[in-house]
Ligand binder design. Structure first.
Ligand code: HEM
Length: 136
């Protein structure tokens, strides 16, 4: 495990061994801004937790140039764009900060290097998804 993508995969695997990872994430994310809370006011979280688990996996794979992930992220790029969920690009920084804060809490091996690794990996997928905001 010697590159940042492998370190992030390992970190994510450790996080997922604890089963309330995404409860914690949504708690932080929804309290980051009223806009976020409002968007999730009708969400079925049992379903959403399964979808986001896979979504984060796609983000890591995409940054790793596993291009099978590109199809899945393209779907998210479109679903989050202006004519569907209408998620303004500025909210991705809250998403990223909330996820990294959650990892910091759940991964026993978390340190500043891992923070950096996660940050770089997430930036790749976020650039792709948020650039689709008005592309459809
Ligand atoms: C790169 C970051 C993100 C990823 C990987 C991600 C992933 C996902 C996934 C996998 C779904 C379910 C599938 C779908 O409906 O397309 C979803 C739904 C959703 N996402 Fe995101 N998302 C991200 C950023 C955001 C941000 C910044 C917001 C801002 C509020 C947001 C709000 C939503 C909402 C409102 C839904 C629909 C929930 C429902 O069905 O009630 N997402 N997201």
């Amino acid at each position: 495990m010697d590159n940042e993508k492998d370190r992030v995969k390992g970190s994510y695997a450790r996080c997922l061994m604890k089963d309330n990872f995404f409860d914690y994430f949504y708690e932080i994310f929804m309290n980051a801004d009223p806009y976020v809370k409002e968007r999730f006011s009708k969400t079925d979280f049992e379903q959403q937790k399964k979808l986001i688990r896979h979504g984060v996996n796609l983000m890591i794979m995409y940054a790793n140039e596993e291009f099978v992930a590109k199809v899945g992220l393209e779907r998210l790029r479109k679903s989050h764009s202006i004519n569907e969920l209408n998620i303004h690009p500025k909210y991705y920084s809250y998403w990223k900060a909330s996820l990294i804060q959650t990892v910091a809490e759940f991964d026993d091996e978390f340190d500043e290097n891992l923070r950096n690794d996660w940050s770089q990996v997430l930036d790749v997928g976020i650039a792709f998804i948020s650039s689709g905001y008005d592309a459809y």
